[in-house]
Design a protein around this ligand. Structure first.
Ligand SMILES: [Zn+2]
Length: 148
């Protein structure tokens, strides 16, 4: 996908074999290595800081416990008082209600469940790459239907 959209260039082709992705109009040869094209602002992408704006964005402005989109706060999954860190894998969006009912306790003490495991946001190019892989897998399945 990065190659097709001109955001990356081929670094080298494997000498023995390479992958090809075919569509009716395009045959794309997949190299072993690609390099993001120079001047691409995403090259300078840095992990965003852990703050309300970025965490709410990652969590789709949704409480990670009950799904509410109202009165959001930041919650430390492992409370800071228990050694929890202010990092992407320990901070989630939580509504005031869930945050206060969870209080200063660990998750297993509350019976509350996280809807998704918190992790750092993906580099935009990597996110596109994983979309590309999903696209290629779907394409492959359509071309190679499983025998009944
Ligand atoms: Zn909630």
């Amino acid at each position: 996908m990065l190659l097709v959209t001109g955001q990356a260039e081929t670094l080298e082709f494997s000498s023995t074999q390479h992958w090809e992705v075919r569509s009716p109009s395009v045959v794309l040869q997949i190299p072993d290595h690609i390099r993001l094209t120079s001047g691409n602002p995403e090259r300078h992408w840095k992990l965003p800081p852990v703050n309300r704006r970025e965490v709410f964005r990652r969590d789709n402005h949704t409480c990670q416990y009950c799904g509410s989109t109202k009165h959001l706060t930041l919650d430390h999954v492992i409370p800071r008082s228990k050694g929890g860190t202010h990092t992407w894998d320990n901070v989630v969006a939580a509504c005031e209600k869930c945050n206060s009912s969870k209080g200063d306790r660990l998750l297993h003490e509350t019976g509350m469940v996280l809807q998704t495991k918190p992790k750092a946001p993906m580099h935009p190019a990597l996110a596109k790459l994983s979309e590309g892989i999903a696209f290629a897998e779907q394409f492959w399945k359509e071309q190679h239907p499983v025998d009944p």
